[in-house]
Design a protein around this ligand. Structure first.
Ligand code: PMV
Length: 309
């Protein structure tokens, strides 16, 4: 059974598309996949009830069919055929990296079935082709985090920089119930950047400064500082018209219930909010306060892959 996790972007979404760094963390919910030899290639994805063959298709599932063909094209043509079965445990269109986790889990399952050894980082890299089918111009952060996990700084075209956190980061995730298209949100921000390069460029640079400070605060285990930086990041992404009334309400409720800070995560325009808490106990209180306002909530303890020094 292959597994790939979802991710949250703690700092730097959108700015990361435009060559700034982002700080992201793998989460414990994700996608499981298995590949078994069959007469023909096929992908089943539950609980979506999707069952399709790779290639060009029309309508619902067309992107998935094309992405599946892209994943299969990574392997030699004379390979056996496979039925890949994926169990998706994260909501899609929520900013949690669902499509990337699905792609990485499928490629991992195919690797296992064919006895191919691939380092997690290399798997993250080859999965970018899959992500491009869905997102057009992905920064690569989602597929890299789905493959590698932990807490890390990601910058386009550079190796992932793992962060050793002194303390794990108890996060509450709450879905606004609004879904959004990453592709559309990325194009909307890119258009703003083209129209107002100075203003938007400064905003991206401000976000990059938050990433640098957050890296130090996470290394020190200073959750209060990390929370304040998250609030600042939320203010900056709101300036890019990425927040919504519902996301703002979720952030407010989380802060009032004791979170150190809160912000949207991922593409915005809907999707999820994350709130940083002091402990898992505190996270439970924040989750209870958020539940009546959210379509989905979860608590995740994000940890470094190595040990803090
Ligand atoms: O909404 P998600 O989980 O796909 O996250 C998108 C993150 C962006 O920075 C907005 C886009 C990207 O490719 O990095």
């Amino acid at each position: 059974m292959a597994f790939a996790g979802g991710k949250v972007i703690l700092f730097g979404e959108h700015a990361v598309v435009h060559q700034r760094p982002a700080l992201a963390a793998g989460i414990s919910i994700g996608v499981e996949a298995t590949a078994t030899e069959a007469d023909a290639d096929r992908l089943t994805a539950d609980p979506w009830g999707v069952d399709l063959a790779p290639g060009e298709a029309e309508g619902q599932g067309a992107d998935l069919a094309r992405a599946f063909a892209t994943a299969l094209a990574l392997y030699p043509g004379d390979r056996p055929r496979f039925h890949v079965h994926a169990k998706v445990g994260i909501p899609g269109g929520a900013g949690l990296g669902c499509s990337a986790a699905l792609g990485v889990a499928i490629i991992h399952a195919l690797d296992d079935a064919m006895g191919i050894e691939r380092e997690p980082e290399a798997r993250g890299e080859v999965s970018l082709a899959w992500e491009k089918v869905f997102h057009g111009n992905p920064s690569g952060v989602d597929n890299m985090m789905a493959a590698v996990g932990g807490i890390a700084v990601y910058r386009r075209g550079e190796p992932l920089e793992p962060i050793l956190a002194r303390k794990s980061l108890p996060l509450v995730i709450a879905h606004s119930g609004e879904s959004s298209s990453t592709k559309e949100m990325v194009s909307m921000v890119t258009r703003q950047y083209e129209r107002e390069p100075e203003r938007v460029g400064e905003l991206f640079d401000g976000i990059a400064a938050l990433v640098r400070n957050a890296k130090l605060a996470i290394k020190d285990g200073d959750h209060k500082a990390v929370g304040q930086l998250m609030d600042m990041n939320q203010a900056l992404v709101s300036g890019l018209m990425l927040s919504t009334e519902k996301l703002e309400r979720l952030c407010k409720v989380a802060r009032e219930a004791g979170a150190h800070g809160a912000k949207l995560t991922g593409a915005g325009g809907g999707g999820c909010m994350i709130a940083l808490c002091d402990s898992t106990e505190a996270a439970k209180d924040v989750e209870s306060a958020l539940a009546p306002h959210a379509s989905f909530t979860a608590i995740t303890e994000t940890r470094s892959r190595g040990r803090a020094q």
